[in-house]
Design a protein around this ligand. Structure first.
Ligand SMILES: CC(C)(COP(=O)(O)OP(=O)(O)OC[C@H]1O[C@@H](n2cnc3c(N)ncnc32)[C@H](O)[C@@H]1OP(=O)(O)O)[C@@H](O)C(=O)NCCC(=O)NCCS
Length: 188
């Protein structure tokens, strides 16, 4: 029988990217492609993030996720737009504790990456694992570069792409770092 959680999933939902992983604290979490039904879980994730984590993710002090952002975050074609989430079960309820997404912009021919890990799950290897899986998925979808804007104090991101063996360039732009990441050298 179809699980209630899977009702309304697009026909091309890429189940093959689901993966159980074990973090440095021995907790098991499920990495899975985002679903259209994840809107509420994203809203709840935002409420659990510290102001610093929100700022580093959005480069502004976002307090809520407008409906059009939730559309953009959850209604994807899983090729040029993709998002992987990390999910746990807390008292029988599913929670999203991390998200890594990319979006290909047809007008600029660039692909933006963004990711976040809930504060109390940081430093456990989740950021490196979820970003690594998204790099591999992007390459399968013929994407070879990611770009993004970083708070200049954000060292975790460059550490992650060093761990993944990717090469990248940082350029200072208006007080932020613009990062351009070459995915071809990244390890599988
Ligand atoms: C960046 C981020 C996703 C990393 O997630 P994570 O799960 O902590 O990543 P990992 O556990 O794989 O750690 C990667 C490296 O970053 C370091 N790190 C993690 N959190 C850190 C923090 N708050 N400050 C400094 N370094 C940090 C880790 O020590 C590790 O380095 P090491 O392997 O040399 O020890 C997470 O810190 C986060 O959500 N930050 C806010 C949002 C953000 O910056 N997004 C990226 C721009 S869109």
């Amino acid at each position: 029988m179809e699980s209630v959680a899977n009702i309304g999933l697009p026909d091309d939902y890429p189940y093959e990217y689901e993966e159980w992983i074990t973090l440095k604290n021995a907790r098991r979490v499920l990495l899975r492609p985002i679903k259209p039904s994840d809107r509420r879980l994203l809203v709840e994730l935002l409420k659990r993030l510290s102001p610093q984590t929100i700022y580093r993710r959005f480069l502004s002090n976002v307090r809520q996720l407008p409906e059009e952002w939730l559309d953009r975050f959850t209604l994807l074609n899983y090729k040029s737009d993709f998002a992987l989430v990390a999910a746990t079960q807390e008292s029988g309820e599913e929670r999203i504790i991390a998200v890594c997404r990319y979006h290909y912009n047809i007008h600029t021919d660039n692909t933006e990456i963004a990711f976040v890990v809930q504060d109390d799950w940081q430093g456990l290897g989740l950021g490196t694992k979820i970003a690594g899986n998204v790099v591999n998925i992007a390459r399968k979808n013929d994407i070879h570069q990611f770009e993004g804007m970083l708070d200049p104090t954000n060292e975790a991101v460059t550490k992650i792409f060093n761990h993944l063996g990717c090469s990248y360039k940082l350029t200072l732009k208006g007080g932020f770092f613009f990062i351009l990441i070459d995915l071809d050298p990244c390890e599988q």
